[in-house]
Ligand binder design. Structure first.
Ligand code: ATP
Ligand code: MG
Length: 450
């Protein structure tokens, strides 16, 4: 993309309404614009990051054997009356009436809708196990939307639902989700710690929330510092193997890590004092096993091996896709702007032309641009005639992890400069070497999506 043809409305001033750094930088970097309280337009740069996050989520869900689909945002109230949640959900549910006087709602989550799809099409245990998921906008009429996309009213969520014959099978699905989530967040450059949590209106006993540690997080968390040393890394996992998934769950949940809802001071105090941590965290996902809570009232049964109809065991599993954009910024920034992890950066590399209009510099930038694109990379080329200082400030603000600086002086010696946004370190090299280096850096981060 050439910056002169892009739409990147960066702001020089810090917007007064933004209380936390991610919200400030998202506004300043021209990623979002508030449409009304807790509802945002995703401007091109923000939209690109959102898509990258979505693609990683898709890849990891499909890798775990889960099946993508898409359900609508507007749902019929009748289904929610069947489960009993139409009245229970309260004021967070946005209720609307269509022209025929039918009660509808903008889905805050999808257990009812997916259960209805399941019961309409699946009747035998032979069709299990089954996990379906989608990434779709949700609406919750939060009493206090704040912190930009972190607590919106309209927000993008991946929600997945497993259907299994037995509790044991459903717990395997739970474990599989836990593993796939660990991989997902790590690919986004995040450490998200699974913590024992409370199930809230979704219901059920088994649940973990995934939290990214950050001072601006809304949840108070208590944990054993040893848990922050765990990495999933690039280990291979067979998602069909109960033993392997169970082993990962045990590894990542055996140390104390809880939100304030489930915190137990007595158990916490058994951890050696030097390892006890009380901090704040951002909830970026949650997994639940809730048995037959929806399948029973809604009649989602299958015929078991003995011919008897039994309600299926279910769980639901969510990732806060739009909240993650903010969470990643909270975890990765400095006083000049965002520092995107390679996995989610909107563009892979910025090209800064120090002397737009200079024939040699222009030609070198054009050929760099073409060479990067030929490698399947997405460069953002600042071809405007803004002065160098302004170009650097914009690049720093929008946070591309790598920048190639091209100027007449370097070109005389046949070199350009490759700079890391994270460390600030620069290295001179030939344009060809810079393209090679950037391609190598991103090789493990190329996302196909679905
Ligand atoms: P919270 O406790 O933050 O209100 P929740 O527990 O009600 O969230 P879930 O039903 O578990 O939310 O939804 C799955 C994920 O969706 C959450 O882990 C979170 O990352 C994201 N999410 C929930 N509510 C919002 C919101 N208002 N704005 C942005 N993301 C949200
Ligand atoms: Mg939750």
């Amino acid at each position: 993309m050439r910056l002169s043809r892009y739409f990147l409305p960066v702001l020089k001033e810090t917007p007064a309404e933004a209380q936390i750094v991610s919200h400030r930088y998202m506004l300043r970097a021209g990623m979002i614009k508030q449409a009304s309280a807790g509802i945002y337009s995703w401007l091109p740069l923000g939209f690109k990051v959102l898509r990258k996050i979505e693609n990683i989520v898709h890849e990891e869900q499909v890798r775990a054997g889960h099946i993508p689909m898409l359900m609508p945002t507007l749902q019929s109230a009748d289904l929610w009356r069947e489960s009993g949640r139409y009245d229970d959900y309260g004021q967070e549910m946005l209720r609307v009436t269509d022209r025929h006087g039918r009660d509808m709602l903008y889905g805050p989550t999808n257990e009812e809708l997916i259960t209805d799809i399941f019961r309409s099409h699946v009747s035998s245990y032979r069709d299990l196990p089954l996990t379906l998921y989608h990434i779709q906008w949700k609406f919750r009429d939060e009493i206090r939307p704040r912190f930009g996309v972190m607590r919106g009213r309209e927000f993008l969520m991946k929600d997945g639902y497993n259907f299994d014959l037995t509790k044991e099978d459903a717990l395997h699905a739970y474990n599989r989700h836990l593993v796939s989530y660990l991989r997902t967040y790590e690919r986004m450059g995040l450490q998200a710690i699974p913590m024992r949590a409370d199930s809230g209106p979704i219901g059920g006993d088994d649940t973990h929330e995934f939290l990214v540690l950050a001072d601006t997080g809304e949840s108070e968390v208590f944990y054993d510092s040893q848990i922050t040393e765990l990495k999933f890394g690039d280990r291979e996992i067979d998602y069909d193997s109960r033993e392997q998934c169970q082993a990962v769950l045990e590894e990542f949940t055996s140390r104390y890590a809880r939100t304030d809802e489930t915190h137990d001071e007595a158990v916490f105090n058994q951890i050696p004092e030097g390892r006890r941590r009380v901090a704040r965290g951002i909830e970026v996902g949650q997994i639940f096993y809730f048995g037959t809570k929806y399948s029973e009232p809604m009649g989602a049964t299958v015929q078991g091996p003995d011919g008897k109809a039994v309600p299926v065991h279910m769980g639901s599993h969510g990732i806060g896709v739009s909240r993650l954009v903010g969470a990643i910024i909270e975890a990765s920034h400095d006083d000049r702007g965002i520092i995107w992890p390679e996995g989610v950066t909107p563009f892979h590399v910025g090209i800064v032309n120090l002397k737009s209009g200079d024939a040699e510099a222009d030609a070198a930038c054009e050929s760099l641009y073409a060479a990067l694109e030929a490698k399947g990379l997405e460069p953002l080329y600042d071809d405007t005639d803004e002065r160098a200082g302004g170009k650097f400030a914009t690049m720093d603000l929008i946070g591309l992890p790598w920048r190639i600086t091209v100027g007449p002086r370097g070109l005389k010696n046949g070199v350009v400069e490759l700079t890391s946004r994270r460390t600030g370190e620069s290295e001179e090299m030939s344009p060809e070497a810079a393209v090679e280096r950037v391609a190598q850096i991103y090789a493990p981060h190329m996302v196909r999506g679905i």
